[in-house]
Write a protein of this length. Structure first.
Length: 89
């Protein structure tokens, strides 16, 4: 865990709001998130001046969040391939 990791009740509420907004789906790999695997990732890392704000967060699994580290990525909309093929989920 980074020295700059967010903690506390305010962060917990913000993290949960981010996960709910993103449908509990990892923005990087599309994996459904559950329990301890569900994290809120900073788009602009805190080490680079990123803030604990909804506009700077996206849902990510632990693996993807760890691989990203302090790199910046643009938030993109992930759609399930079956949804794109017209299959009702």
């Amino acid at each position: 865990m980074s020295k700059l990791s967010s903690t506390g009740k305010v962060w917990d509420a913000l993290r949960l709001a981010c996960l709910n907004r993103d449908g509990w789906v990892c923005a990087y790999c599309g994996k459904h998130l559950e329990g301890a695997d569900a994290t809120a990732d900073h788009i602009v890392p805190k080490a680079a001046g990123g803030k604990d704000e909804m506009s700077n967060l996206l849902a990510a699994c632990v693996k993807c969040n760890g691989m990203k580290q302090d790199k910046m990525y643009e938030r993109t909309l992930w759609l399930h391939p079956l949804l794109l093929a017209g299959v009702r989920l």
